[in-house]
Design a protein around this ligand. Structure first.
Ligand code: GLA
Length: 379
C-alpha cells in the first residue's frame, strides 16, 4: 500500500513537471553567489531566471533588487532598474534604490505620532520628518533569505525581526517579504508581519525603473497611466494636508496615458512643492483584491510595466532628488528624473491622520499586502 502511494505521488509529480516544462520552454533557475558582508553578516546575491529568460538579481541586504533584465520589442535584453554594481554602493544608498522600505514607508510628520495615548518619537532623517523607517530602516538591514522554486516560479523569502524600540517604533515586529518571479513574467511581492505591541506598519518596494534601460537618459518620454482619480496634496515638507483632491483639471491627472514630461514643469502648486511628481495617488478600487495601480510604457523599446496591488495608494516619484551626484551601475551618472518609482503603500503620515485608512497593526493581527509587477512588450 505504501509503495502504491509513493508510485502514485511520483507519477503525479512527473505529470505536473512535464506539463509545466512543455508550457514553459526552459526551466526557471536560481543562482547564489557571495556579495560581501555587513558587520560580520554574510550578504548573498541571488539570480532568479524564469522560463522565458527574464532575470532578477536581488540581495538579502535590504532585500534590494539589484537588476531586472527584460526584453524589448526586438527581443533585446536590458537592465531596467537603477542601482549599483557592488554591495559597497548599496551601503550608502541615499535614493533607496531597489530596497524594501519599512517599518513605515514614506513620511511621518515631525517624526512623531501618538498611539493609544502614548507619544512615540522617531528619528528625523528628512528635515523635521521621519522618512522610510528612519536612519536605519529595513533597507539597511541584513535579512534572512530562503530561496525556493515551485510550479509558479522561483523566489526568495526574506525575514527580519525589528526589535521593540528600533528607530523609535513600538513592538517586536516579525516581517516576512516573499519575492516570486513567475513564468508569466511577473515579479510578485507578498508582505506579512505580526507584532507584540500595537505599531504602525507600511511596507513597500523602492525600485527605480527606466524602461528604456538603466542609464539611458531620463524617464520624461515614458507614458504613465494611474488608476487614481484622487491624490493626497502635500505641504512644503511633502506631508499630506489630509485632503483627498480630484486629479481632474490638474497636472496630476494620469487617468489616461500621458507622457510624464508633458506637464512636469507646469506652475501647478503641487508640482512646485514636490519638485515634480512626488505624490501619493488614491487607487480606485471596488473590492479588496489586487487591482491595477499603474501602467508605464516606453514608446521606443515597447517595454511595459503594470503594477497591481492590494494597497490603497501608490507614490509616484519622478526621481526629482537625483542630481547627478550618484554614480551607479557601469559608471552611469543618475541625473534628475533618470528613474521613476511607483511605491504601493498606505498613505503617507497615516498615523497622524485618523481619517486615512489605518496603518496600525495590533497583536494577534496579521499584516498582509500583495503587489505584482508585470513585465511585457507592446509592439
Ligand atoms: C520617496 C519619497 C521621495 C524621496 C525618495 C527617496 O519616493 O517620496 O521624496 O525621498 O523616496 O529619495
Amino acid at each position: 500500500m505504501k509503495l502504491k502511494t509513493s508510485t502514485f505521488v511520483v507519477l503525479i509529480s512527473l505529470t505536473c513537471c512535464a506539463t509545466f516544462a512543455a508550457s514553459a520552454g526552459r526551466p526557471h533557475s536560481m543562482k547564489k553567489e557571495k556579495f560581501g558582508s555587513v558587520q560580520g553578516n554574510a550578504v548573498t546575491l541571488y539570480t532568479l531566471t524564469n522560463s522565458n529568460g527574464l532575470e532578477v538579481r536581488a540581495t538579502n541586504f535590504g532585500g534590494i533588487i539589484v537588476s531586472v533584465r527584460t526584453p524589448d520589442k526586438q527581443g533585446r535584453m536590458d537592465d531596467i532598474v537603477l542601482g549599483f554594481d557592488d554591495l559597497q554602493g548599496y551601503l550608502d544608498n541615499k535614493p533607496y534604490f531597489g530596497a524594501i522600505i519599512g517599518r513605515y514607508a514614506n513620511r511621518i510628520a515631525a517624526a512623531r505620532f501618538t498611539l493609544d495615548g502614548v507619544q512615540y518619537s522617531l528619528a528625523a532623517n528628512d528635515g523635521p520628518n521621519s522618512l522610510h523607517g528612519g536612519i536605519k530602516g529595513f533597507n539597511k538591514v541584513v535579512w534572512s533569505a530562503e530561496p525556493f522554486e515551485n510550479s509558479t516560479g522561483v523566489g526568495l523569502m526574506f525575514t527580519y525581526t525589528s526589535k521593540d524600540g528600533e528607530e523609535g517604533y513600538p513592538g517586536n515586529l516579525r516581517a516576512k517579504v516573499t519575492y516570486t518571479l513567475t513564468d508569466q513574467n511577473e515579479l510578485t511581492f507578498d508582505y506579512e508581519a505580526t507584532t507584540d505591541k500595537a505599531t504602525p506598519v507600511n511596507l513597500t518596494q523602492h525600485s527605480y525603473f527606466n524602461l528604456a534601460g538603466d542609464g539611458r537618459g531620463d524617464i520624461l518620454g515614458q507614458e504613465l497611466t494611474l488608476n487614481a482619480d484622487r491624490f493626497t496634496p502635500v505641504d512644503k515638507n511633502l506631508i499630506p494636508t489630509g485632503e483627498l483632491r480630484a486629479v481632474k483639471n490638474t497636472s496630476l491627472d494620469f487617468t489616461k496615458s500621458t507622457t510624464i514630461g508633458s506637464r512636469i514643469n507646469d506652475k501647478d502648486e503641487q508640482l512646485v512643492l514636490g519638485h515634480g511628481y512626488d505624490h501619493n495617488f488614491v487607487i480606485h478600487r471596488t473590492g479588496p483584491g489586487p487591482v491595477l495601480a499603474a501602467h508605464v510604457r516606453e514608446p521606443q523599446t515597447g517595454r511595459v510595466l503594470e503594477i497591481y496591488t492590494t494597497e490603497p495608494g501608490v507614490q509616484f516619484y519622478s526621481g526629482n532628488f537625483l542630481d547627478g551626484t550618484t554614480t551607479g551601475k557601469q559608471g552611469h551618472v543618475y541625473k534628475q528624473r533618470f528613474g521613476l518609482a511607483l511605491e504601493t503603500q498606505h498613505f503617507p503620515d497615516s498615523p497622524n491622520h485618523p481619517e486615512f485608512p489605518s496603518t496600525i497593526l495590533r497583536p494577534g493581527q496579521v499584516y498582509q499586502s500583495r503587489t505584482v509587477y508585470k513585465f511585457s512588450v507592446e509592439k
